[in-house]
Write a protein that binds this ligand. Structure first.
Ligand code: MZP
Length: 501
């Protein structure tokens, strides 16, 4: 056996030591632009991102709603692959066809128009939101704002869904889209001081209809409703079994980039998949691969044709792979090792293959550490699962709101393809858990706060872009005693003190 001379470490064991910051080093001057796919020295990558964040290929994280919200902020979602080819392709298509909304005075819409008819109109126009005003201008008298969202009900009956639906509704009201009219919906909502009406359409999908009473507060949103012609970049997860059918469907739907979703990527299955895709669909189809945790694994996937390489085994917040199988490596050590090999590969071949650090990012500063250690971008599951835009239910437990979050290797997701080693087509044992995470609000607000911390730390390190950060960062391992020193200590927090009074 080979014994590594050093223990493997994770992000919480490292800190950045500040470097010189010039007067130009202010957060407003920091660029977080980063490559997503490989490129040759002197050339530009085919796809770049404005922020180094992608959302995890997970049922509880990346659907079309998440993808649109993240793309608006400059990142990319990878739509989860543990669903039918048709469903995944439909989600990709919805992101690509997404137009945020429009204002209409459509004379065909009256208070007697049914919600089903309005949803059909939204579908036809390709918009997800529509404001109906009397004169068709954003400032005109409002008849209603209608937003449609798709919810998959495949795993739960409607009643079970209702039971777990502990959103701020005073009382859960289901309306039938075919028979409820705009005026009836407005009555239901306004009378009961609710601002949402869960609505089921003919195909058993749950749609949200949102009506806002005071449109004048939302004039700006109204204007934003017309921000047309933009197409967002979206990624999609694939597996090493059904790629011959899944890949063409995803490409047809408009996927910009694919990623083989596997818990352990140093395998012949990945080489076969990469070769098949590049031979059948051309080198222009971009495919990431992984996950690996050492230089050897990186080299294997680089030579197999991966367009980016994902790092991380066993570090995900919902992951029990290390406990069940005893494989993995501390995420920081794995990342440092892989990034070193990426740089070596670049020197040898002139080809730069971006590295994605996947899983185990708990605090915002972990993201800066990962970027300083060499990651080109970060994949996050738990982080995004906490937001309004994640596909899971928000539940209230003991007065606090949580969102559901489950691993792809849990019995709930049953993503056996992710753990497939060529055996029976099933999940033999669980490698993930089903959990709750504290609800955190909107993606936009949270991402903005996180990135302002990242930019600020980069300035402390004298770095105005990610390449400079990798170059200039000074990282130190910390002792367990100094980790205690890093939090507030030896004081009584005022809010604790007050609550005792
Ligand atoms: P985190 O951001 O929640 O810490 O980790 C998310 C990552 O965990 C995913 O991108 C994926 O690589 C990994 N994952 C997803 N499901 C499981 C599991 O069930 C898992 N074990 O480890």
């Amino acid at each position: 056996a080979y014994f590594y001379p050093e223990p493997s470490h994770t992000f919480g064991e490292y800190l950045l030591v500040p470097g010189y910051s010039s007067d130009k080093c202010i957060p407003a001057n920091v660029s977080l632009k980063t490559p997503l796919v490989k490129f040759k020295k002197g050339e530009e990558p085919k796809i770049t991102m404005n922020i180094p964040m992608v959302s995890a290929i997970m049922q509880a994280v990346s659907n079309d709603t998440m993808a649109i919200a993240l793309a608006k902020e400059g990142g990319i979602s990878f739509i989860y692959g543990s669903q039918s080819i048709e469903e995944e392709a439909a989600m990709v298509a919805r992101v690509k066809n997404y137009k945020s909304g429009f204002v209409t005075s459509d004379s065909n819409i009256t208070p007697e128009t049914t919600l089903g008819e309005i949803l059909a109109l939204l579908e036809k126009t390709g918009h997800s939101t529509m404001a109906v005003t009397e004169d068709g201008t954003p400032t005109g008298k409002l008849l209603g704002i209608v937003t449609s969202r798709d919810y998959r009900l495949s795993r739960m009956s409607l009643d079970e869904k209702a039971g777990s639906f502990m959103t701020p509704f005073e009382k859960l009201v289901y309306a039938d889209a075919e028979t409820t009219t705009l005026s009836m919906a407005n009555d239901i909502i306004w009378d009961k001081k609710l601002n949402m009406l869960p609505l089921v359409d003919k195909e058993q999908r749950l749609r949200y209809m949102v009506f806002r009473k005071d449109y004048t507060d939302n004039k700006e949103n109204g204007n934003e409703l017309i921000d047309e012609g933009k197409r967002y970049v979206v990624g999609a997860g694939i597996n090493t079994r059904d790629y011959a059918d899944r890949v063409p469907a995803l490409l047809k739907a408009g996927a910009d980039v694919l990623c083989i979703d596997s818990s352990e990527g140093f395998s012949e299955w990945q080489r076969i998949t990469l070769r098949y895709i590049h031979e059948h669909f051309g080198e222009d189809v971009k495919v990431g691969a992984g996950n690996v945790v050492d230089a050897e694994g990186f080299r294997f996937l680089a030579e197999a044709g991966a367009d980016f390489v994902k790092v991380g085994i066993g570090g995900g917040s919902i992951c029990i792979t290390r406990e069940t199988k005893g494989i993995g490596r501390g995420q920081a050590t794995a990342l440092i090792d892989v990034c070193r090999e990426r740089d070596k590969y670049f020197e040898e071949t002139g080809i730069y293959i971006p590295v994605c650090s996947d899983g185990g990012l708990v605090h915002d500063y972990h993201m800066t550490l990962a970027l300083a250690m060499g990651a080109d971008f970060l994949m996050l599951g738990r982080y995004f699962s906490r937001f309004d835009e994640s596909p899971t239910d928000k539940v209230k437990i003991n007065g606090t709101y949580y969102k559901e979050y489950w691993g792809e290797g849990s019995n709930r997701a049953r993503n056996w393809q992710r753990y497939d080693l060529g055996g029976a087509k099933k999940l033999s044992f669980e490698e993930g858990v089903d959990s709750y995470v504290p609800y955190a609000g909107s993606l936009k607000d949270n991402v903005n706060i996180t990135l302002s911390k990242v930019r600020s730390t980069m300035c402390n390190c004298g770095a105005l872009n990610l390449a400079e950060l990798r170059d200039k960062a000074k990282l130190t391992l910390v002792s367990s005693t100094s980790i205690v020193e890093g939090g507030s200590h030896d004081v009584i927090l005022r809010n604790k003190f007050n609550s005792r009074e």
